[in-house]
Each structure stands twice: as structure tokens, then as C-alpha cells.
Design a protein around this ligand. Structure first.
Ligand SMILES: [Zn+2]
Length: 513
């Protein structure tokens, strides 16, 4: 007889993503970047829970550990390189409900073959090699010892020290002052990401050479922030400006045509949409008094509606990347997009152009759905993605037409060779919310991006669009700056609609085609 109990079919199960041993508050990290290695000095501030904390296991993959300290405590550490775990023991144990700071100094090295953590991404002409990070799903632990879990949301201060040859040294949050010289041939730039506690998979660091296009974005109520497009040196300026037009359109569309009351006051929303375009034209012409007149009308109009999400940072960047496993990634304020899909050009085919429009809206909308409101664990990646794709589809339909847009999705679903439902009937497919998985990338498939949004769309159809928008708004308000489970999302849908979606969710989320 063989004992079956405890036998694991998958590498990861939901119970592997339990409560964290501490509450992470802040990370203050300095990256001293060189061509072949980066020295990382980190101060991780956390608070203990209701029991004393004798030791803490941190995720740390392929790092050299140089120093581990915690002020006021004698500290010992062991590094299990195979398990990618740095275990820190405190003497005495840290008392309950006590804030402490763990200081580490480590070395990470840019990858040449793996597009996770820090890796090379092309060359600066005549300069040092560009390096960028990809942290979804567990890339952050390749940068610094951490709790690499979607619920370990915290604020960040990030300092980048790097070669002067880079035109840009970037991380999440708002820049604190200018980039300043700090050593011969090197300079330092600091970022504060303190408004929105951020999950580790959204961390970004990039050093590279880009042509930077910058534009002021102005909301109808007068609030402004900067849109930045970082593209390959020598890129066509006309294409870059067109790319910024598309991005600015997506940002304004999300503000005016999403949110809990998006279907109310439609004429006013359309009028604001029109007036904003007129204002932008007049702004370019330099007629200051005409701009002020339109601004006055916009300020009045916007108070008569409830708008959708508005960006909270000082800069929203799109950064061209050469190498990635993904077409785009929403690194809070620093969306990376494949270089051949970030700006249109003469060689851009129609499908490539539509992808470009989609990916910009998709990654931007993740600011609200994914970054502010984050799934609880990789088992909720579908929730981050399905709702975001649902809204991306609405954006696509707004610009390309409802029927055309829907037909595209249906063809994606039904294509007999490569369609999502064909994939879903195959041996390698998993349910939208599987019981377990082996690699987080198994959760990023057509099932996630095409079938899961259909589940969201069916809920919307059953509830009605207005009720769905209200419920989605309630979900975002309730879970903002925290983590959401499938139950949290469904509860909002059920509360607003008065319908019971339990059986439907069990079938559609847990079963294959
Ligand atoms: Zn996404």
C-alpha cells in the first residue's frame, strides 16, 4: 500500500500562499549598478504580528549575501541557495507588534539568458549595457532579499547609482530631485514610491539609453502629470508623438468612460471628451485666453459626473524593451512594452497597431485593477487580468467599433486551430482558477486573457452593464491598496445584483472546456 496523503501533483497549491510572518511596511533600497553586477543595500522595515519573532525566512534567489544586520538585535543568518531562502535569526526574538528594520547588503548579477530579475536589454550606443528588471512573478527575490509575495505590499524609496553614460535611471514612484553626480563618472537618482503600497512583482528598475518624449497630461479638473515615452535612440519623432496621442487618449478614456457611473450622463462625458481635444489643440496654438475659457467649461462639466480612475503619480512612463517574455508589463508608473509595439511606424501592420492600442490601455488600467487592487496570490492572476482585459475590450470597441471588436474576440475564442477553446480542450490546459500550478507562467495563457474575460462579460450580461459598473467600483473602493480574492470580487457582484453566482463561478472557473 502506498500512502497517498501529502502527495503533490502540483508544485504550488493555494495553501502555499498563506499569511505572511510579518507586516512589511517599507523598503529603502540602493542599487549600485555596474556592467556585470549590482551591489544592493536594503533596509526592510516590518512589524511583527501578535507573537515574538525568533526568525524570519526571506526569499533570496542567486544572490551573494555580504551583510545582514538588525539594529538592537544580535543576528545570525543562513543562506540556502537551492531553496532560495535567507533565514535570519534574532537574539532576543523581536517582541510582538514591534517595528524593526533588517539591513542587508547583497550582490545580484544581470542575467544573459533569463528574462526575470535584472537582465541585459540591448546596448547604449557607445555606452554601458542597458539593464532592466522583470519581477512578475518572482523576479524581485533575484534583486534583493525580500518577502516575494503579492500580499507583501509596502512603500519604497529607491536610489540608483549608475554610469553617467545612461540617459535614464528609473524606478517606481516620483523622482526626488534631479540626478546628481556622486562619484567620478557616476550619478545618483532617488525615487519615492510612498502613495501606493506596491506588491513586489510590480517593482521596476531600469538603466539605459533612450530618446525621451514627454508631454503634459491635463485632466478636466486641471490636475496635471507627465506622460513619458522612452524609445530606442533614433526613433521616428512623428511615430513617438502618435504613440503619446494614443496613450493620452487611453488615460482620458479611462477617466471618462470607466468607473461606477460610466453609463450615466453619457452626453456630458462625450462633450468633455470633445472639449479636451479642443483644449489640447488650442494649448498647442498658444492662445492662452482661449485655453482658459475652455478650462473653465471643463472644470464645471467634470463636477456634474462621477469620473473613473485618475492617475496618482507625477510621471507615467512607457519604456521600450527589446527582450521580454511578455508584450507589456505594468510596473506601477513604468510600463514596459515590446519595442516593436510601443510606437507606430510605416511597417506597423493593422493587427500590430491594434495590439499597440490595446496594450497601452491594458497596462495603464492595471494602475487601478492589479496595482492598487491586487489579487491575493498567483491563483488570482486571472482576476487581475480578466477584469483588465474586459475594460481593454471596451476601450478597443470605443475606437474600433463594437461589432468589429466583438467579432475579433469571438474569432480568438473559436479559431479551430489556435483558438482559446481549442487550447482549453487540449491536455495542457488548466481551469481559469486551477487547483495547483507548477510555474506562474502557466497562469498566463489564452485561458487567462480570453476565456476568463468571457466569464467577467457573462456576469456583466446577467447583471446589466450599469449594475456591473457599480459593483466593480465598489470592489475597487473596498479593496484599494490591499489584496483581493475571487470571493471579494464575486461578493461585490452579488451584493449589487442580488444574484447568486456561486454555481456559475464553480463551473466556469474550476472546469475546463
Ligand atoms: Zn495584464
Amino acid at each position: 500500500m502506498t500512502e497517498n496523503k501529502g502527495r503533490r501533483l502540483f508544485r504550488y497549491y493555494p495553501e502555499d500562499f498563506g499569511a505572511l510572518p510579518v507586516r512589511v511596511v517599507h523598503m529603502d533600497i540602493t542599487f549600485d549598478v555596474y556592467d556585470g553586477h549590482t551591489r544592493v543595500v536594503s533596509a526592510l522595515t516590518a512589524v511583527t504580528l501578535d507573537a515574538p519573532l525568533p526568525s524570519l525566512a526571506l526569499n533570496a534567489r542567486d544572490l551573494d549575501i555580504l551583510r545582514v544586520e538588525a539594529g538592537g538585535y544580535a543576528v545570525a543568518h543562513t543562506y540556502d541557495r537551492d531553496a532560495a531562502t535567507l533565514t535570519v535569526t534574532f537574539d532576543p526574538p523581536i517582541p510582538p507588534r514591534t517595528e524593526f528594520t533588517l539591513d542587508t547588503e547583497t550582490i545580484c548579477r544581470p542575467n544573459t539568458h533569463l528574462l526575470e530579475g535584472l537582465y541585459y536589454d540591448g546596448l547604449c550606443p557607445g555606452g554601458p549595457p542597458a539593464q532592466i528588471t522583470q519581477c512578475q512573478q518572482w523576479g524581485f527575490q533575484r534583486l534583493v532579499p525580500c518577502l516575494d509575495d503579492m500580499t507583501a505590499k509596502c512603500t519604497y524609496t529607491t536610489t540608483i547609482i549608475a554610469d553617467n553614460g545612461y540617459t535614464a535611471t528609473i524606478s517606481n514612484g516620483d523622482p526626488v530631485g534631479a540626478r546628481i553626480p556622486c562619484a567620478p563618472g557616476r550619478s545618483m537618482q532617488r525615487y519615492e514610491n510612498t502613495k501606493t503600497p506596491m506588491a513586489p512583482y510590480l517593482f521596476f528598475l531600469g538603466v539605459g539609453c533612450y530618446d525621451t518624449y514627454r508631454r503634459e497630461f491635463e485632466y478636466p479638473d486641471g490636475r496635471i502629470f507627465a506622460l513619458e515615452l522612452l524609445v530606442k535612440p533614433g526613433s521616428d519623432p512623428i511615430g513617438a508623438e502618435k504613440a503619446l496621442d494614443i496613450l493620452a487618449g487611453a488615460v482620458m478614456w479611462v477617466h471618462l468612460f470607466t468607473g461606477p457611473e460610466q453609463y450615466r450622463d453619457r452626453e456630458i462625458r462625450e462633450e468633455i471628451w470633445r472639449l479636451v481635444r479642443v483644449r489640447n489643440e488650442v494649448k498647442r496654438s498658444g492662445d492662452a485666453s482661449a485655453v482658459e475659457e475652455i478650462r473653465g467649461r471643463l472644470r464645471k462639466l467634470i463636477t456634474t459626473i462621477t469620473p473613473g480612475y485618475a492617475y496618482t503619480g507625477a510621471v507615467y512612463r512607457e519604456i521600450a524593451m527589446q527582450n521580454s517574455d511578455f508584450g507589456g508589463m505594468e510596473n506601477v508608473g513604468n510600463t514596459t512594452i515590446a519595442a516593436n509595439r510601443i510606437m507606430p511606424g510605416p511597417d506597423t501592420t493593422d493587427p500590430a497597431f491594434e495590439y499597440l492600442v490595446r496594450v497601452k490601455a491594458h497596462e495603464y488600467y492595471h494602475n487601478e485593477n492589479g496595482s492598487e487592487v491586487t489579487g491575493q496570490s498567483p491563483f488570482e492572476i486571472w482576476l487581475n487580468e480578466a477584469v483588465t482585459v474586459h475594460v481593454e475590450n471596451q476601450h478597443h470597441a470605443f475606437f474600433f467599433g463594437e461589432t468589429y471588436s466583438r467579432l475579433q474576440t469571438v474569432l480568438d475564442l473559436l479559431d479551430p486551430v489556435a483558438g482559446t477553446l481549442t487550447l482549453d480542450r487540449g491536455a495542457g490546459s488548466m481551469p481559469i482558477e486551477p487547483d495547483g500550478f507548477n510555474d506562474p507562467n502557466d497562469l498566463i495563457t489564452g485561458v487567462t486573457y480570453v476565456k476568463a474575460p468571457e466569464f467577467v462579460r457573462m456576469i456583466e450580461t446577467l447583471m446589466g452593464k450599469e449594475a456591473f459598473a457599480e459593483a466593480l467600483g465598489r470592489y475597487h473602493d473596498r479593496v484599494r491598496h490591499a489584496n483581493a480574492s475571487r470571493a471579494d470580487w464575486l461578493r461585490c457582484m452579488e451584493e449589487v445584483s442580488g444574484q447568486d453566482f456561486t454555481t456559475m463561478a464553480a463551473v466556469w472557473l474550476k472546469e475546463k472546456e
